[in-house]
Design a protein around this ligand. Structure first.
Ligand code: MRU
Length: 359
């Protein structure tokens, strides 16, 4: 497993603080942040100090628990009105990763199911629920890893985009989970990481955590992916996901769809790794996914000593793109591998999950 020995996102139960590793400082500085204030938690999500769909969900669950704990209310209605306000605030931090809304809705459900209890009792249940969301993420990622690994053979070359690694989850990652399990079992994978412009999650985070774990890791610029594929060095592509629509379209970090198209051209399987919490039953197709747009400075000057684009030039900076379902070989979830036609198979996997939850 990874040699990174800090936790991506956790609750310090004694101090009642959200504890994260500041991912904007990696790989050079390992700075642990302890957050209590809602504005600081919102900023941490917006500024990508904590990032990656599952990690954002866990941070939001802990964040809303911390908000609930501080609510001074006379009765349930008063409490719930303030809870809803805090929920809306955290939900506004980023628009694309559905795990953010999924986690907040799950916490909301816990409140409503227990409205007859005293507020202090509801807050205690929220703490337990946030801890459960965090713990489940570890199990979910491990299962994704097992299903993903079942598709692979020792010695294979793999390619990934952005960071869907341990740093994007609580442990294992999603796209990296098969890689880490393979590492434990001596599979000897060779992994190519796209650097992932403009925020370099592939270079700063994926290359960092895989390399630290002892994985055979090669960093490439985004525009080199077709070259390594053409060279015959890539047997499969694994990427994470921020939202899966019910027709199988999947939003992930900008540039993912390009990788998928290149993989199709070279006849390489392209897998989306996604917990079922990333599947959005309310979203019929990729056309309905809200794609976050971020500040122009991320493209024009970030990471450079001097601005590297002309002053005043127009910039388009979408943080995610949608890979059309037709380019996705399969979607790997904790409940199994979902294959086309997605209209049917995604409904089936959600029904399987529902059945499991109902016991
Ligand atoms: O903008 P980011 O860094 O939060 O984007 C992250 C990604 O696109 C990941 O691939 C996705 O959230 C899946 S993480 C398991």
């Amino acid at each position: 497993m990874s040699s990174i020995d800090f936790e991506t996102v956790a609750l310090d139960e004694a101090a009642d603080e959200l504890v994260i590793i500041d991912q904007t400082q990696l790989p050079y500085r390992t700075e642990i942040l302890r957050l209590k204030d809602q504005k600081d938690i919102w900023d941490a999500i917006y500024l990508l100090k904590v990032r990656g769909a599952p990690a954002i969900g866990v941070a939001a669950a802990i964040g809303i628990y911390l908000a609930a704990k501080d609510i001074k209310a006379t009765d349930f209605n008063d409490f719930y009105a303030q809870f809803k306000k805090a929920k809306e605030y955290l939900a506004s931090a980023r628009p694309t990763a559905v795990n953010l809304f999924w986690a907040l809705d799950r916490m909301d459900k816990k409140v409503l199911e227990n409205k007859e209890k005293p507020v202090a009792g509801i807050v205690a249940l929220l703490k337990t629920e946030a801890a459960a969301i965090r713990e489940e993420d570890i199990e979910v990622c491990r299962n994704i890893g097992e299903y993903g690994l079942s598709l692979l053979k020792p010695g294979m070359g793999l390619l990934t985009h952005c960071n869907a690694g341990q740093l994007a989850t609580v442990k294992y990652g999603t796209a990296t989970a098969p890689m880490y399990l393979g590492l434990e079992r001596g599979y000897g994978f060779k992994v190519f990481c796209d650097e992932t412009r403009p925020l370099l999650q592939g270079a700063r985070l994926t290359a960092y955590e895989l390399h630290a774990s002892g994985m055979d890791t090669t960093l490439i610029c985004d525009n080199m992916a077709p070259t390594v594929m053409r060279n015959g060095w890539v047997d499969a592509v694994f990427v994470g996901c921020d939202r899966v629509a019910m027709n199988g379209d999947a939003a992930n970090k900008i540039g993912t769809s390009y990788v998928a198209m290149a993989a199709r051209h070279y006849n390489i399987p392209f897998y989306i790794c996604a917990p079922t919490s990333t599947i959005d039953p309310a979203c019929a197709s990729g056309k309905n996914i809200h794609i976050e747009e971020r500040p122009a400075e991320e493209v024009t000057e970030m990471w450079y000593k001097e601005r590297m684009a002309p002053e005043g030039v127009k910039v388009f900076n979408p943080a995610f793109d949608v890979t059309d379902a037709e380019f996705i070989t399969a979607i790997i979830t904790e409940y199994g591998i979902v294959a086309p036609p997605y209209g049917e198979s995604l409904k089936n996997i959600l029904a399987k999950k529902q059945g499991d939850e109902n016991g």
